[in-house]
Design a protein around this ligand. Structure first.
Ligand code: SF4
Length: 475
């Protein structure tokens, strides 16, 4: 049976998490023409920019109130008022989001109060100015993203709507994903003949093209006008429970927009749940194009199961990503032996126990965990594969175990932000990648679907056949 354990060590060694403002900044990048002001020291803006630029390979612009020793003692109100004025005068953004930091939260700056004062003194500036709480000692990067979505849901939608009035769209909250994932989700929604209203959409703003002259604001992103109309949508579908799930419920409570909160659509069953939810909301049927993609995924699972069944996997990262991945690796016949996340969400741990029981696999779910903890376990009882972001490379190198890079940040590989792991197509690509890594680890060569085990001579001598194309393991 699966168990939930909580790391007891107070200090984190090689943590898996990033800082909370990054989440709010990333989500804000999905709104066309929006600018972030990071209310803290310059380092609190530089570190997130550095992390995001290395992952997305795009310049990331964030304003900072540059708090110093003096403002830390006497308060940062003056700096924030000046920053709001400067940003408006220099950029004329469509929206400003002010996120707090460990520093501004600790000194107790009243950011919403400062914004109110600024708006009273500048009635000519009518763009939305949001305040998002992102102290990194409460939560992590996913918390920052989720807090941003809650603020959007509470403050931006236009409450004036006539009975039965709709914009004909479905609010879709992808959660913390990559630009490539958003494009794949858009593909599914488009194939269903539906129109999505994306909260938010950084598929172009953080993975755009090269344009000359340089654009004032990056192309793409959801517009403020679209967000205002989101109270009139047919439904809200949140594709991650902890990043956007509560925002979906806010839409339901405040504006009467029905909420559907799902597991991240990684793998067959989770993608089926997303597609079926879209058919429940509307009377649209599943188009042939998606049925073909689904059949192709099923075929890939059948073709590869003899190579992956029974393998042990160590997974780490964000809870929603892990929940989706546990579904896929179980569909591939693998055991998610260790599932480690930095958060302390007890109900999530319990849900993972239920999920793994339903899937018939046994896992150790580790909360408040760091990579030192995962390494200790892997040393004691090894795994065949690790799935997680780039910081897992130290375990992978030390133990000579392949690492499938996924999550945030992936900074030591190129183009990972462009690929997709969601939907049927994302799952096919992952199944291929995982199986190929297994081939590399287990075999010195692959001949006609036959693995020749490492450490023995090549196929010209007497190969040890691990499995063949018929899956019966015979010569
Ligand atoms: S002090 Fe807090 S908000 Fe600033 S960079 Fe560090 S973790 Fe992030």
């Amino acid at each position: 049976m699966s168990v939930v354990v909580k790391q007891s060590r107070a200090v984190a060694i090689n943590p898996t998490r990033s800082c909370a403002p990054i989440g709010a900044m990333l989500a804000n990048y999905g709104i066309h023409g929006a600018i972030t002001i990071n209310h803290g020291s310059q380092g609190c803006a530089t570190y997130p920019r550095h992390q995001m630029a290395r992952h997305f390979r795009e310049p990331v612009e964030v304003a900072s109130t540059s708090l110093t020793e003096k403002t830390t003692v006497y308060g940062g109100k003056g700096n924030l008022l000046a920053a709001l004025k400067n940003i408006w005068e220099r950029f004329h953004p469509t929206m400003i989001m002010v996120c707090s930091t460990c520093l501004s939260e600790t000194i107790g700056d009243d950011i919403p109060g400062v914004i109110d004062e600024f708006q009273e003194n500048h009635p000519e500036i009518t763009i939305p100015i949001l305040s998002v709480k992102t102290p990194s000692y409460i939560g992590n990067h996913t918390t920052g993203f989720d807090n941003f979505l809650r603020e959007i849901a509470n403050n931006l939608p236009d409450r004036k709507k006539k009975k039965g009035e709709t914009n004909g769209k479905i609010n879709i909250i992808p959660g913390w994903v990559n630009p490539g994932d958003i494009r794949e989700l858009k593909h599914i929604v488009r194939e269903m003949g539906l129109h999505g209203l994306w909260l938010t959409d950084y598929s172009e703003t953080l993975d755009g093209g090269y344009y000359e002259p340089r654009l004032h604001f990056a192309r793409g992103g959801t517009t403020v006008e679209e967000l205002r109309s989101s109270a009139k949508s047919l439904a809200t579908v949140a594709l991650q429970r902890l990043v956007g799930g509560e925002a979906a419920h806010i839409y339901e409570r405040r504006y009467g927009v029905p909420a559907h909160v799902l597991t991240m659509p990684i793998g067959l069953a989770n993608t089926d749940a997303f597609v079926e939810t879209l058919t429940e909301i509307t009377d649209h049927t599943i188009p042939e194009a998606l049925q073909v993609e689904r059949a192709r995924l099923l075929d890939a699972l059948v073709d590869t199961h003899m190579f992956t069944t029974g393998l042990r996997v160590g997974l780490f990262g964000d809870p929603d990503l892990l929940e989706g991945l546990v579904g896929l690796v179980s569909e591939m016949g693998m055991t998610p032996a260790y599932v480690l996340t930095a958060g302390e969400n007890g109900p999530w741990g319990e849900r993972m126990v239920e999920l793994t029981q339903e899937l018939g696999v046994e896992s150790e779910i580790i909360l408040k965990g760091d990579l030192h903890e995962l390494h200790k376990r892997i040393k004691a009882k090894p795994v065949d594969l690790i799935i997680g972001h780039s910081k897992g490379k130290f375990i992978a190198d030390a133990e000579q175990i392949p690492l499938i890079r996924m999550g945030f940040p992936v900074e030591d590989r190129f183009g990972y932000h462009r690929r997709s792991v969601v939907g049927y197509n994302g799952a096919i690509a992952l199944v291929d990648e995982i199986t190929n890594v297994v081939f590399e680890r287990k075999a010195s060569s692959v001949v006609s679907n036959t693995l020749v085990e490492l450490g023995v001579e090549g196929p010209t001598s007497s190969p040890i056949i691990l499995s063949n194309g018929n899956g019966n393991g015979k010569h």
